[in-house]
Design a binder for this molecule. Structure first.
Ligand code: SAM
Length: 211
C-alpha cells in the first residue's frame, strides 16, 4: 500500500468518534461498545475500507471492527464509511499483534484477512498475517466455531498459508486457487485490491480456516 502522509491524520484519528480509543481497556466490553450482543467480525489490514464498509451495510445484525495500523490509511477508510454511515462499524488503529490484549476470549466471530502484505523474504515470514504467531492470537480471541477467511492474489503467500495454518493446528475447511470460478464466490464482497487484480484477470485465492 503506497502511503501518502495526510497532515494531522494522527490527531483526526485520535478525535474521531468511530475510532475506539484506549482499546486495551475495552477487552471483554465489545457488546457494551455496540450496545448489543450481535457477533463481532473484524478485518485486519482494512486499507481504504471498501470491504468492511460494504459488509457492515449488508449485515446489520453483525458488528464490524476495521483494523489498520497506519493512521493515514485508516483515515481514508473512515472517510469511505462516511458515505453510507453504517451504525454497526467501528475502527481501531493498532497492529494486529496486540489483538489478544484488546479482545477477550471468544469475543470475535470471524476474522477477515484480505490481500495481506506478502513479506516474501523468509526472514520476514513471522510478519505474515497467516503465520503461526498470528494464528495463535486469532485462536485466543475467536469463538469456538469462529473462522478466519483469507483472500489474496499472491499464490506463493497462499501456498505458504495453507501449510502455516495447518502447522498452527487449524483445519482449512475450504479453499480455491480461483475464487471467481468456484462456489466460494457466492456472496463475495470485493476489496480495493481485489477489484484491481480481478480487473486485470488475475485469479484470486481464498481459504476458510477453523479449529
Ligand atoms: N485489505 C485491503 C484490500 O484488500 O484492499 C488492503 C490491503 S493492503 C495490501 C494491506 C493492509 O494491511 C495495509 O493497509 C497495511 O497497513 C495493513 N497491515 C499489514 N500488517 C498489519 C498489521 N500487523 N496490523 C494491522 N494492519 C496491518
Amino acid at each position: 500500500m503506497r502511503l501518502r502522509h495526510i497532515p494531522g491524520a494522527e490527531q483526526m484519528i485520535e478525535e474521531h468518534p468511530l475510532v475506539i480509543h484506549e482499546p486495551k481497556e475495552k477487552k471483554g466490553k465489545w457488546a457494551e461498545i455496540f450496545g448489543n450482543d450481535s457477533p463481532v467480525w473484524i478485518e485486519i489490514g482494512m486499507g481504504k475500507g471498501r470491504f468492511i464498509t460494504e459488509m457492515a451495510s449488508c449485515n446489520p445484525g453483525v458488528n464490524f471492527v476495521g483494523i489498520e495500523r497506519y493512521s493515514t490509511v485508516l483515515l481514508k477508510g473512515i472517510r469511505k464509511s462516511e458515505e453510507n454511515r453504517p451504525e454497526n462499524l467501528r475502527f481501531l488503529c493498532v497492529d494486529a499483534r496486540e489483538l489478544g490484549e484488546i479482545f477477550g476470549k471468544g469475543e470475535v466471530g470471524r476474522i477477515f484477512l484480505n490481500f495481506s502484505d506478502p513479506w516474501p523474504k523468509d526472514r520476514h515470514a513471522r510478519r505474515r498475517l497467516t503465520s503461526p504467531p498470528f494464528m495463535a492470537v486469532y485462536n485466543q480471541i475467536l469463538t469456538a466455531d469462529g473462522q478466519v477467511e483469507f483472500k489474496t492474489d499472491n499464490e506463493e503467500l497462499f501456498k505458504y498459508s495453507l501449510e502455516a495454518i495447518a502447522e498452527a493446528g487449524w483445519h482449512v475447511r475450504e479453499f480455491t486457487f480461483d475464487l471467481y470460478k468456484s462456489d466460494m464466490a457466492k456472496g463475495n464482497v470485493q476489496t480495493e485490491y481485489e477489484a484491481k487484480f480481478a480487473g486485470q484477470g488475475k485469479p484470486i485465492c481464498k481459504l476458510i480456516a477453523v479449529r
